[in-house]
Design a protein around this ligand. Structure first.
Ligand code: NAI
Ligand code: 13P
Length: 317
């Protein structure tokens, strides 16, 4: 068995290092930089040397020979990667490792794979994990979702490592929505903490944000229960409480009104805008998502957004 990881960001590099314990792994990058010589991704994941079983390439025809390909580019770049390489990726097992909703279509990564490479087996790997934790070999549990349970079970077995424990589901919609929506709530939580609104406010945002996540997931056909697993509740907890999270960090800077590096990958920003549109079309009430979208689009300031949430009509929980 061989694995390739397409996209040499922090997460793709960490997964490649971890999976290289199981089998030969090829890490594909658009731009290899100095990685082949230094045997390290100094730009995205410094301090973690590559094991001997990990090779790097910028040649997709080499990477696409692998049995299983993990797609670890940001969500808004996924479609172009698939379209550009559709012939090489035909009939492959493609596992999306990105968390988000496509801005132009409102779709998640599994559907984007199915649209671009219909002959592929599409899956998504998601759940609570920071790249550095995985690269360090710290214990991590994730969800592997694939509509075809037999194919999902095989992927679960092949991609589990001594430190990376995979659970399995056939509910790709629920799994990808959990990973996408928790980032939006993490921006809200970071904003509240950055603005000094306190930990009680953060707990309220996490809980009511989780209610929003479940509302949209149910509307889009997710199985009841998936959102309470690693891909939903698990990742929500991690991302809303850790300063390691870039979504949470963006929120902190919005709350503190400080500058934020625009080159940082913050998946929740595009997802908030995409989800706001989906929710409006569906007539769903998602006030925290709407507040985050308003902050990001600079239609709202933090105080106005908070007042809007607090003055909504009182209702049953
Ligand atoms: N960093 C983390 O701890 C985790 C990240 N993720 C997810 O992994 C995905 C990727 O995030 P990171 O690796 O952290 O981002 P990153 O910012 O570290 O790296 C993104 C990488 O994608 C590459 N890239 C961008 N557009 C590309 C294209 N068109 N073709 C090829 N490569 C392209 C960039 O060159 C860069 O190497 C995101 O969806 C994120 O939510 C999931 C779990 C943990
Ligand atoms: O998805 C993640 C943790 O599970 C990583 O979070 P950030 O993208 O916010 O850094």
């Amino acid at each position: 068995m061989t694995v390739a990881v397409l996209g040499a960001g922090a997460f793709g590099t960490a997964l490649a290092i971890s999976l290289a314990q199981n089998c030969p792994v090829t890490l594909w990058a658009r731009d290899l930089g100095d990685m082949a010589r230094s045997r390290e991704n100094a730009k995205r994941l410094p301090g973690f040397g590559f094991p001997d079983t990990l090779s790097v390439t910028a040649d997709m025809s080499i990477a696409s020979r692998a049995d299983i390909l993990l797609l670890s580019v940001p969500m808004q770049k996924l479609r172009a990667l698939l379209q550009d390489n559709a012939l090489l990726l035909a009939d492959k097992r493609l596992v999306a490792c990105c968390k988000g909703i496509e801005l132009s279509t409102g779709l998640g990564p599994v559907t984007v794979i199915q649209e671009c490479v219909p002959s592929a087996t599409a899956a998504v790997l998601t759940g609570p994990s920071f790249a550095a934790d995985i690269a360090r070999g710290l214990p991590t549990a994730l969800t592997l979702a694939c509509k075809n349970d037999a194919a999902g079970e095989k992927l679960q077995q092949l991609l589990t490592t001594p430190n990376l424990r995979l659970y399995r589901t056939t509910d790709t919609i629920g799994a990808e929505l959990g990973g996408a929506l928790k980032n939006v709530i993490a921006i809200a939580c970071g904003t509240a903490m950055g603005a000094g609104l306190g930990e009680s406010a953060r707990a309220a945002l996490m809980t009511r944000g989780y209610a929003e996540m479940q509302r949209l997931a149910a509307h889009l056909g997710a199985k009841p229960g998936t959102l309470s697993g690693l891909s939903g509740f698990g990742d929500l907890t991690l991302t809303c409480t850790s300063t390691q999270s870039r979504n949470y960090q963006l929120g902190l800077s919005l709350g503190k009104e400080t500058a934020f590096d625009p080159d940082t990958t913050v998946e929740g920003a595009a997802t908030a805008i995409a989800v706001q549109d989906v929710a409006q079309r569906a007539g769903l009430d998602m006030p925290i998502t709407a507040a985050v979208a308003g902050l990001l689009e600079k239609r709202l300031d933090v105080q106005t957004a908070m007042n809007a949430l607090l003055t909504r009509p009182l209702k049953e929980e």
